[in-house]
Every structure is written in structure tokens, then in C-alpha cells.
Design a protein around this ligand. Structure first.
Ligand SMILES: Nc1nc2c(ncn2[C@@H]2O[C@H](COP(=O)(O)OP(=O)(O)OP(=O)(O)O)[C@@H](O)[C@H]2O)c(=O)[nH]1
Ligand SMILES: [Mg+2]
Ligand SMILES: [Zn+2]
Length: 346
């Protein structure tokens, strides 16, 4: 395939990347990571798709979470030599590891949070996903999928919007509802990532948007949990412009650096709390509590307050655990240096 610079623009290449690329290298090709298989990535360059190896000498590598789909790499001779700075990255806590982060997708503009209808809406889960999405640097959009299974889509939309104030909520399904709006949102050059539990219809949606059956989709098990049909994160180019990253369903969504996102999701509560008589009001029995007053009119306020506190506690515990880990690593490093000094002295 001949080199075509316009190809890169369609893939989201932009001015800041160009600058970073010029600073990072005088040679080498740049490419967008569309798939990661262990230590091998598939990248799209201005001359088509190719594979490249990841090594421990990668320049600009992140402290946590590794290279992921949506990253831009500089490669030389089929080896990745430099990771270009990210404009956003969606992080979560790695499953089963208390203090390790996992990069789900990089350089994204939109996070599509999928929630399947036909079962009671889990509003707390939506808040959690919103906090993670806002913390990524991208903007969330809530997709209520399988809208054909809802008894009343308007009621579900209203419920979801009650916890997603500044966020667009769109009801979609595989028969085409909501897809036109989704295409409008996904402008040329924008990158979106789909997240949510297994079986919410993420891959089905990508296939509908792409107009083909590129991704495998799977029957949901009778217990409604889905069965993890998608096993890797994969970036797909859509014919109308826009890029979308499909991800495997995740039951658990552990927070990573989500403090800023939590503040964003519950910003309205913070504003109300600012009206409390006491600065340190716990919104329990204090006189002049604006939160309690608001809760009298709107019973969802207390549930959201509790949800906010729960997420904050989880983030605090994680920060404390990471702090301990960092200190232990520091001590090990000091001991190692002290030993090296002793060996050197006569
Ligand atoms: N009723 C209904 N079923 C749907 C819809 N979209 C997808 N499905 C079905 O739901 C099942 C799961 O769809 P997938 O697209 O594989 O779900 P997924 O979110 O990609 O699942 P994982 O890859 O496991 O995370 C399949 O049997 C689909 O046919 C929809 O809009 N309505
Ligand atoms: Mg899938
Ligand atoms: Zn109060």
C-alpha cells in the first residue's frame, strides 16, 4: 500500500502527536495500536497494517498498565521503540491484583458505557463507570442496550439520566434504534471505547456500525451473565468515520485514579453540600444541613450520597495500598544501593 498521510488523520493523528513524534525520533514509522497479543501488537501505519514487538526498552512507557489499544507507537524494524504521549487513557484496577492498574484504551475521545435493559438498572454501577470514564480524560456516553427488551424505555432513560446529569444517555438495540444518533456522536477521527459487562451487546453494536460481522457475538447464558465472547480489545474503523474499540465484558470495575471522576459525577451533590451551615457537615443530624433538606424533596439524593462515599472510600483504600507498595519498593532500592556501596568500598 502506498504511503498516505490522510490515512493517519482519519485514524486520529493530530498536531500534538506530530510534535511528540518529531521530538522522539528522526527515523521510524508511527502506527496506531489496534490489537495487543501479549508482547506483539498490530498497528495501522500510513502504509497499512503490520505487527511489531514490544520490548522492555520502550521509550515513554507508562508506569502502570502497559501499552494498549489506541496507543500510538514509533517503530523501527518491527520493534516498538517509543510510546507517544497519550491525550487520555481509561484505567481500571487489574482484576485480582490490589495495586496494579490496567490500561483499557488510550487516546480515546468517548467512553461508551453499556448497560443492558430487560433487567433492573444498576444505577450504582453506572455511577462507578462514569467516575472511571471522566477520570480518563474522555467524555462518557451511556448506552442503554437491548432496548427491545425494556418494558418502558422512557422510564429507563429517565432513571439513567438521574445519575448521569451532564452525560448523554442513548437507548440502542441491534435492530437499529439509536444507531443514527450514535453515528452522529462518532465523528470522523474520534475514538470511542465500549465498556460494560459481558453480554450487553457491545460486539453486536460494533458489527451494526461497521456494517459487517467482523466480531464474534455470543448467546447470553440462561443466568443472564453472558459468557465472555470477546477475549481481547480490538480497534475497528467505521465506514462513516470514527474508530471504536470493543473490549471483553468485565464484571468487576475496580477504580484506579478516579478521584477527579467521582467529583465530576457527584458535582451537583457537592454544590448542595456547600450550602450546609457547617463546613464539615456530615449530613447526618446537623442543623441547617442542605443535603438533608434536598433529600426530603428527592429521595435519590441519599442513595447517591452513600454511593459517592463508597467510591471515595474505595479510592482511599487503593491509594493507601499503592503508597505502601511504593514505600516498600523504595526501601528495597535503598538496601540494594547500600549493598552495592559496601561491595565497592575497599
Ligand atoms: N434482544 C436483543 N439481543 C441482543 C441485542 N444486541 C445483542 N443481543 C444479543 O446478546 C448476546 C450478546 O451479544 P454480544 O454482542 O456478543 O455481547 P458483548 O457485550 O459483546 O459480550 P462480551 O463479548 O462477552 O463482552 C447475543 O446473543 C446477541 O445476539 C439487542 O439489541 N437486543
Ligand atoms: Mg463482545
Ligand atoms: Zn449537610
Amino acid at each position: 500500500m502506498p504511503h498516505d498521510p490522510r490515512r493517519l488523520t482519519a485514524l486520529g493523528w493530530n498536531g500534538p502527536l506530530e510534535t511528540a513524534f518529531a521530538e522522539a525520533t528522526t527515523q521510524g514509522r508511527r502506527g496506531l495500536v489496534i490489537r495487543v497479543d501479549g508482547r506483539v501488537v498490530t498497528i495501522l501505519t500510513d502504509a497499512g497494517a503490520q505487527r511489531a514487538a514490544l520490548t522492555s526498552t520502550l521509550g515513554g512507557a507508562p508506569d502502570d498498565g502497559g501499552v494498549t489499544t489506541g496507543d500510538w507507537l514509533v517503530i523501527e524494524d518491527e520493534v516498538a521503540v517509543h510510546l507517544l504521549p497519550r491525550r487520555s487513557v481509561l484505567m481500571r484496577r487489574a482484576a485480582g491484583v490490589a495495586t496494579a492498574g490496567q490500561a483499557v484504551a488510550a487516546n480515546i475521545d468517548l467512553v461508551f458505557i453499556t448497560v443492558a435493559l430487560g433487567a433492573p438498572l444498576k444505577l450504582r454501577r453506572i455511577e462507578r463507570a462514569l467516575a472511571m470514564a471522566w477520570s480518563s480524560g474522555a467524555a462518557p456516553v451511556v448506552l442503554l442496550t437491548k432496548s427491545d427488551l425494556s418494558a418502558d424505555v422512557d422510564i429507563d432513560l429517565r432513571a439513567a439520566r438521574s445519575v448521569a446529569a451532564s452525560t448523554e444517555v442513548i437507548a440502542v438495540n441491534a435492530s437499529g434504534a439509536g444507531l443514527a444518533r450514535l453515528r452522529e456522536v462518532l465523528l470522523e477521527g474520534l475514538v470511542a471505547v465500549l465498556v460494560g459487562p459481558s453480554g450487553t451487546g457491545k460486539s453486536t453494536l460494533v458489527n451494526r456500525l461497521a456494517g459487517n460481522e467482523a466480531l464474534a457475538t455470543g448467546e447470553v447464558r440462561s443466568d443472564g451473565r453472558g459468557r465472555h465472547t470477546t477475549t481481547r480489545r480490538e480497534l475497528i474503523e467505521l465506514p462513516g468515520g470514527g474508530l471504536i474499540i470493543d473490549t471483553p465484558g468485565t464484571r468487576e470495575l475496580g477504580l484506579w485514579d478516579a478521584s477527579a471522576g467521582i467529583d465530576e459525577v457527584f458535582g451537583d451533590l457537592t454544590e448542595v453540600a456547600a450550602q450546609c451551615r457547617f463546613r464539615n457537615c456530615k449530613h447526618e443530624q446537623e442543623p441547617g444541613c442542605a443535603v438533608r433538606a434536598a433529600a426530603a424533596d428527592d429521595p435519590t439524593v441519599l442513595a447517591r450520597l452513600e454511593s459517592k462515599r463508597k467510591l471515595e472510600r474505595e479510592q482511599e483504600r487503593l491509594d493507601a495500598a499503592r503508597d505502601l507498595r511504593a514505600k516498600a519498593e523504595q526501601r528495597r532500592e535503598l538496601r540494594r544501593r547500600a549493598r552495592a556501596m559496601r561491595h565497592r568500598s575497599p
